[in-house]
Design a protein around this ligand. Structure first.
Ligand SMILES: [Zn+2]
Ligand SMILES: [Zn+2]
Length: 345
């Protein structure tokens, strides 16, 4: 039987922390059940998931649809699109059966690449390798969640670059439907012996084809990592970009700042999935508005900094830094604004 391999390349960088990652996890489940209810898909589709953050890794290797279970998505610092593409190409070489004079190989694989940010590693080599050997062998559909996606890099890979702009409001409904519909259309088409079916129309409200890559938007969020001083467990604090007008008339100025979204529990796997941080990237606390409480112990701020430069939670008084073990005392007024090392997103 000729299989229709479908690969998902999913951005699990820390800007996805909280709601977005949960929704992506649910979306994978919804896509799998939509496909399973279709007899053509059930007969031909094999699925695989590659996750990327600071590193890239196959978290579900190519499996037939009826026994495929969506894997738990990791979370890490960084957006290694280059590494993700290399992993994909290695998988295509290893898993996909080529057509030879003796045998009919698999159908042309479908690849859905979903990302919400700018890549933090080099993508040029991976992009040239892709164009030279793989672009014709697989159908790559790149989907950017919102304006911060790296459309310029995505355009170098494929004509099929789509911007999805409902990411925060909806439950990815339009996206789930379109991905399921295109996969089902393709499996029906190969079921009838036709290699290439056109992609279904985009629901223009939520999904748009990107013709010219837009100018890169500013960072939409700032994410910081900390550890609870009581449980020693890690968390992420997320801030989202906001803008406000100060003054009136000719003195009016737009001021950009970052507003608290919350603090989220993460697991130790986060560090395995993160890129080693260049220490030079910092953000000044004057740009950050508010501080959430600790998601583990309820200490009133998750934003207390040790001299080692790392964040912990505190409610005043004595504490031991969960990163470096030094004794700390948090008391009185804060010492003004300071720079903290930020993650890569
Ligand atoms: Zn705590
Ligand atoms: Zn410390």
């Amino acid at each position: 039987m000729r299989r229709l391999p479908v690969f998902f390349l999913l951005d699990c960088s820390e800007s996805m922390v909280g709601d977005k990652l949960d929704k992506m996890q649910n979306a994978m489940g919804a896509i799998v059940s939509a496909l399973r209810s279709n007899p053509y898909a059930l007969e031909t589709v094999y699925m695989s998931v590659i996750a990327f953050a600071g590193i890239a890794k196959t978290i579900a290797s190519l499996t037939e649809l009826y026994s495929f279970y969506p894997p738990k998505l990791p979370l890490g610092g960084g957006t290694s699109l280059g590494a993700a593409l290399e992993t994909l190409m290695d998988e295509l070489d290893r898993r996909v059966v080529k057509t030879t004079s003796e045998q009919k190989g698999d159908w042309k694989p479908f690849v859905f690449l979903i990302t919400d940010g700018r890549s933090t590693d080099k993508t040029e080599n991976a992009a040239s390798r892709w164009q030279a050997k793989y672009a014709k062998r697989a159908t790559l559909i790149a989907i950017g969640l919102g304006k911060e996606a790296d459309f310029a890099s995505l355009k170098k890979l494929t004509e099929n670059v789509i911007i999805y702009e409902e990411a925060d409001k909806s439950e990815y409904t339009a996206l789930i439907k379109w991905i399921s519909d295109s996969t089902i259309a393709q499996s029906k088409s190969v079921g009838e012996g036709v290699e290439n079916s056109p992609l279904p129309n985009l629901d223009e409200i939520a999904l748009k084809l990107v013709k010219e890559p837009p100018a890169n938007a500013d960072d939409s969020c700032v994410v910081l990592v900390g550890r609870c001083q009581k449980t020693k467990k890690p968390y992420l604090i997320k801030y989202e970009r906001s803008q406000t007008a100060l003054g009136k008339g000719e003195h009016r100025a737009e001021v950009v700042y970052y507003d608290t979204v919350g603090a989220f529990m993460i697991d130790e796997d986060y560090f395995k999935w993160s890129q080693v941080q260049p220490s030079a990237i910092t953000v000044n606390t004057s740009l950050l508005s508010g501080a959430p409480s600790c998601p583990y112990c309820g200490n009133h701020t998750a934003f207390a900094m040790c001299n080692c430069g790392k964040l912990t939670c505190a409610s005043g008084g004595e504490a031991i830094c969960p990163w470096c073990g030094v004794e700390l005392f948090f008391g009185g007024e804060g010492g003004g604004d300071f720079d903290v090392g930020r993650s890569l997103g």
